[in-house]
Ligand binder design. Sequence first.
Ligand code: HEC
Length: 489
Amino acid sequence: MKRSVPLLALGLTVAAATTLVAQDMPHVHKDSQAAPSSAAAMRDSKLTYAKDIAPLLAQNCQTCHRAGEGTPFSMDKYETVKMWSNNIKRMVSTRRMPPWYEDGTTKKFENNRTMAQADIDKVVEWVDAGAPQGDMKDMPKPREFVQGWSIPKPDAVFQLPKPFPIKAYGLMEYQYVIIPTGFKKDTWVQYIEAAPTDRRVVHHIVTYVRVPGSSYFKGVPTNMFFTAKEAEKYKPKMPYMVPDMAPDTGTDGKPTPQTATSKGGGADVPSDWLVGYAPGQTPDIYKDGEAKLIPAGSDLVIEVHYMPNGTATTDQSRIGVVLAKGKVTKRAMTLSADNDKFKIPPFHPNYKVDSSYTTPEDMILVGMHPHMHMRGKDAQYRILFPDGKRETLLNIPNYNWRWQLWYNLAEPIKMPKGTKIECTEHFDNSAANKENPDPSKTVIWGQQTTDEMMVCMFNVVFDAKFTTKQILRPAKTKTADKAPAKPKT
Ligand code: HEC
């Protein structure tokens, strides 16, 4: 049952895995237009929008709630904010906004979005007082956002060859495009971002680095859109997942057409995860001296999953990279501990699946990203050091598959060779799970959100002298397994 698969060797298993969010965003309730509370019932408060609330919304909400970000409303005008004020109060006081699902019992996370209780109280008090505007002279300077990018100005941008048409309704196959980087020498990238041009319809993007000599989609022309099925006419050497990684059958009894991966290691590694996009995800940003590697002559393989939203549109997503300045001593990589061998019985309310990964060399853990679909219930990452010490790193008691978030450690953790990352995820296949499309189904691994995935991604950095081969070689060390401690689950 337990398997550890470095993401590189996994290739598109995880590409497929990053099936996310947008599909059917919860209904937007405009209950703010409901009968305003009578003046008599209103609370007394000195707080005003201009002075007290606008700065809080700018800081906590505007990264997403601004024009062009695919959120239901922008928080740049008093009138709009006032109209939504009852919803804002509800979402903030129940901590459903800003989105953040780890429970605060484990580590500190540098990208933690939770609002301080005192700030939540202010918002509530202000809304209860009738959301007064105050003196607009008190307004903070508007927060500035680089249009389209949240990383510094990219040194190189790789964009889909043309605007891709997205129909108004229906399901769409994953689209792939191979874009040559044109990099003549090994290139280290420190900031990486995938940016849709129409965020309302982009369900997720995954970008891989395809090194020269890789057989991943080999023979498929570059700079054009294709689906995994269309790739077949070029007889690509490795369009699908290797059999030992794919489940035997798909949900309809037919083999599940997973996409490429390799048996792992060496030049035949088809792809290296560069960056993903999903609503709420932040770009990949590394410290000075740390970066991801794009070897000379590599291509980018971009996978985009579009989700029609009722209005036909186009999107021409792009990937931006900022080159590392100065010497890079640590290489960053995205790896994953997955388990694709589960079979969730019908109506099971709490089905447990484990996975693990043991470090083949010394590494530093910098971030974590659990991934499940509609039946995902909770997730936990633990670490087991070679000396037997075990610790919980991340605890997500109420997983929400609509929010595919990374949890980046405020203090990265040193993992000596032989350290084990253990991951446990539970699935709720009961009828009580409102998201469950069909509790009577036995659920196995698959790409669609109505299938499941058990994926525990994580970012590591390690000495740049190690080759990809060394890092992807499965660890022989069994130290961690012999350790006496038992996981507390
Ligand atoms: C990471 C991006 C992000 C941040 C940060 C964020 N939101 Fe949202 N918000 C969204 C998205 C996307 C939606 C629409 C989907 C949904 O409702 O889940 C949304 C929906 C909402 C809604 C409508 C929900 C409903 O059903 O009525 C409210 C109200 C809201 N957000 C308030 C806030 C407030 C207040 C903050 C800051 C304190 C905030 N959000 C921060 C992304 C964000």
